[in-house]
Design a protein. Structure first.
Length: 89
């Protein structure tokens, strides 16, 4: 498994859904509030989500985003585990 902390707060005060502080890898589960509909009707990541990712990146973190619309299609634990392993490569 992937050893991690849930709801981790960085020393700078930023919170992430899951983190491995020693490697500075974070997983952010991006629910519907992280998106808005663009002019073409497609979902677009909102500004605050982009800003947080950019800030964490400047602090040396690698952010792995898990969009809710991808996660929702994974029907069992084995598929979810496989998806996360692929995202963490």
């Amino acid at each position: 498994g992937w050893n991690h902390a849930f709801e981790y707060e960085t020393p700078e005060g930023l919170s992430v859904d899951m983190a491995q502080p020693e490697t500075k890898i974070a997983i952010e589960v991006d629910g519907p509030s992280h998106y808005f509909k663009g002019t073409n009707g497609h979902l677009v990541v909102n500004g605050s989500t982009k800003f947080k990712a950019r800030l964490l990146g400047r602090l040396g973190w690698t952010i792995v985003h898990v969009p809710y619309f991808e996660w929702g299609t994974l029907l069992d634990t084995a598929t979810q585990d496989s998806y996360l392993r692929m995202k963490l490569r």
